[in-house]
Design a protein around this ligand. Structure first.
Ligand SMILES: Nc1ncnc2c1ncn2[C@@H]1O[C@H](COP(=O)(O)OP(=O)(O)OP(=O)(O)O)[C@@H](O)[C@H]1O
Ligand SMILES: [Mg+2]
Ligand SMILES: [Zn+2]
Length: 263
């Protein structure tokens, strides 16, 4: 009888009895250990802690993942997005033409190869209602689920949030908003290009400038000519285009689906 079995003999009766005990060796920690099997089928190793160490490591990893996911959820919830768009996912986007299929594939690929160290931006351009916002939100949602920090901002709403932050009673201050945008792993600028006051434009320019060289997605339905309509826009636009992979998403307005046929 080995020392382990001797010590187990002193254990009170209500503890399950050992029905088998094997002397084995663990190659990982290079130690001899005893594998005891209890009458209820459970086992325990005495002399090797490798499994316990692996379990503790896994629990620690899960704990950090949970913290990261909570952080990602909290940040994502500050997004400025309408309710309908919140239902948009990559797998509920049904492309009807080749160029829209191409854009959907690019969206999946974007999620797949997302790497914090290798910044990569998308510029989704096209006519109304072709799903630019849908795809941008779909990507944002997937990456948030993976634990990345993501913000999705409708640009007009973002500008109005910044304007309202000057009000002393506001819950937000301008610097907090900007630093949040600065720090996220992915920033979505949805519907960029709608007319802005000069002051807003300065803010937008500052925000885009500080995001350069990071992961960004821009959606717009303005043409290149419209985007370059004045010097200030040209300045912003050239920076966006300079760092982005561009996808043209032209097509029928999905919002009008079914409506044309009813008349
Ligand atoms: N191919 C599609 N499959 C499923 N839903 C779609 C598709 N295209 C658009 N939609 C839906 O139609 C609505 C309009 O799409 P979305 O807002 O993404 O268009 P957009 O290209 O951003 O338009 P805009 O240029 O006006 O901003 C959304 O509710 C979106 O979920
Ligand atoms: Mg849109
Ligand atoms: Zn071991």
């Amino acid at each position: 009888m080995n020392p382990f079995e001797q010590s187990m003999k002193r254990v009170p009766n209500n503890v399950p009895k050992i029905i088998k005990s094997e002397d084995l060796h663990c190659d990982k920690c290079d130690r001899n250990y005893t594998l005891a099997t209890f009458e209820d089928g459970s086992t325990t190793k005495v002399g090797c802690d490798c499994e316990m160490i692996a379990l503790a490591k896994k629990q620690k990893e899960n704990h950090f993942k949970r913290i990261q996911r909570n952080k990602a959820n909290k940040i994502f919830s500050k997004s400025l997005v309408n309710q309908r768009t919140q239902l948009a996912r990559l797998d509920n986007y049904l492309p009807e033409t080749d160029n829209l299929k191409k854009a959907l594939n690019a969206a999946y690929r974007y999620v797949e190869i997302f790497d914090k160290e290798k910044p990569f931006s998308l510029y989704l351009h096209g006519t109304y209602g072709t799903g630019k916002t849908h795809l941008a939100y779909g990507i944002a949602h997937e990456l948030k689920e993976k634990g990345y920090t993501v913000l999705f901002m409708n640009v007009a709403q973002l500008m109005s949030l910044i304007r309202s932050s000057y009000d002393k009673k506001s819950d937000y201050n301008e610097l907090e908003i900007k630093s949040l945008i600065n720090d996220v792993d992915l920033m979505v600028f949805d519907d960029i290009g709608v007319s802005e006051s000069n002051h807003s434009l300065e803010n937008l320019f500052e925000i885009i400038e500080m995001r350069l060289g990071k992961h960004n997605i821009y959606t717009t339905n303005l043409t290149a000519a419209e985007m370059s309509r004045d010097k200030k826009w040209q300045r912003i636009f050239s920076r966006i285009i300079g760092e982005s992979h561009r996808f043209d998403m032209n097509g029928d307005d999905y919002r009008m689906k079914g409506i044309q046929n009813d008349s």
